[in-house]
Design a protein around this ligand. Sequence first.
Ligand code: NAD
Ligand code: AHE
Ligand code: ZN
Length: 400
Amino acid sequence: TAGKTITCKAAVAWEAGKPLSIEDIEVLPPRAHEVRIKIAYTGVCHTALARSNNNGGDESIVLTICGIASIDAYTLSGKDPEGAFPIVLGHEGAGIVESVGEGVTNVKPGDHVIALYTPECRECKFCKSGKTNLCGKIRATQGRGVMPDGTSRFRCNGKDLLHFMGCSTFSQYTVVADISVVAINPEAPMDRTCLLGCGITTGYGAAVVTANVEKGSSVAVFGAGCVGLSVVQGAVKNGAGRIIVIDINDGKEEWAKKFGATDFVNPTKIPNNKPIQDYLIEMTDGGLDYTFDCTGNVKVMRAALEACHKGWGQSIIIGVAAAGEEISTRPFQLVTGRVWRGCAFGGIKGRSQLPDLVDDYMTGKLKVDEFITHRKTLTQLNDGFQVMHEGNCIRCVVDM
Ligand code: NAD
Ligand code: AHE
Ligand code: ZN
């Protein structure tokens, strides 16, 4: 198949707000510094409507959309300022390299790989700074849904389809830039490791790399989805003393405890409607060392910042807020030493650090299987758009 166009099945998003349609698409051969991957599995999750309906706080609706990773759903909803159509969504995938273009040296056909929406070129200003995992090399074209040369490798019914987040894992074959792919242990089961392409790595990295939570410190995690539970896993790994999980869904208490949380608070059930930040400050004698927003709700982000301990508490924003939303607090919160920060993909450098995370999974040091609550096939991917009245889907994996 190398050098030839491949026809395969993909879930195509033709326009905002419409279901995905399973189509036969053409996937062109990889050009220079590009890699064509046979996607084996792609992660699928649910997203709380709290973000798309960012009306915030206690009224947030607990309905979930199961069947699509949050950002994919966000982009499909038409609310992503970077969203454009028609597009092949999906960004949490693992597969096998089918062929490579000229000049590719980091992977070869047959390698088991994870697609990286945060690439790592190792030569741009960002990569060389040693201060961030963000890579600037192809960010502009990635945001426009095209390959680094400005064109697409997907065709359907004579039309070009856009790429998504440099990954487009909702296709049986995809083409990515060579800096957007990393080879992993071929023994690792890809129906699990696909989840390291986003959710698990994002939360775990936020705790272990971005915040680098110290032994004995106190942590609060807002939102117990795949991302929040992964923050809990990272905080446990780093030896945090107290780990408080806050979620409006009582069903998440069991999940939080299973991953090592010491306490669970439902903010809608605090006596006298006391704000969650005040409640947490009392509970922890002055506030937390670290807090994490894993909801995408800007009111929660404010509460997370204000629940930090005066003088040193740090709050890390992980959740992606709806387009146009803004965060606010009294500047005095920062004047008095609290720190507001955020990260993408947990601050993890995909090519340098993801293979080790896969090995940690293989040696039993990192939980991954525990996050998988649902499985589907590509043709069932559309079920993902059916609103579910249950909050028990942490991650759904699609067999491509
Ligand atoms: P999820 O929907 O599975 O989990 C969100 C949880 O938040 C749910 O359990 C929900 O009940 C809870 N919640 C909603 N409103 C709340 C409120 N007001 N107070 C407390 N809890 C509340 O989502 P996920 O897949 O875990 O993703 C979490 C967030 O992280 C999303 O916003 C997603 O877009 C974002 N994300 C960011 C990155 C990144 O790189 N920065 C990567 C992946 C996901
Ligand atoms: N396109 C959106 C922003 C979306 C966003 O913040 N994406 C995260 C990853 S979410 C994965 O589930 C991210 O990596 N951001 C860093 C970056 O460079 O995009 C918008 O609002 O424009
Ligand atoms: Zn994601």
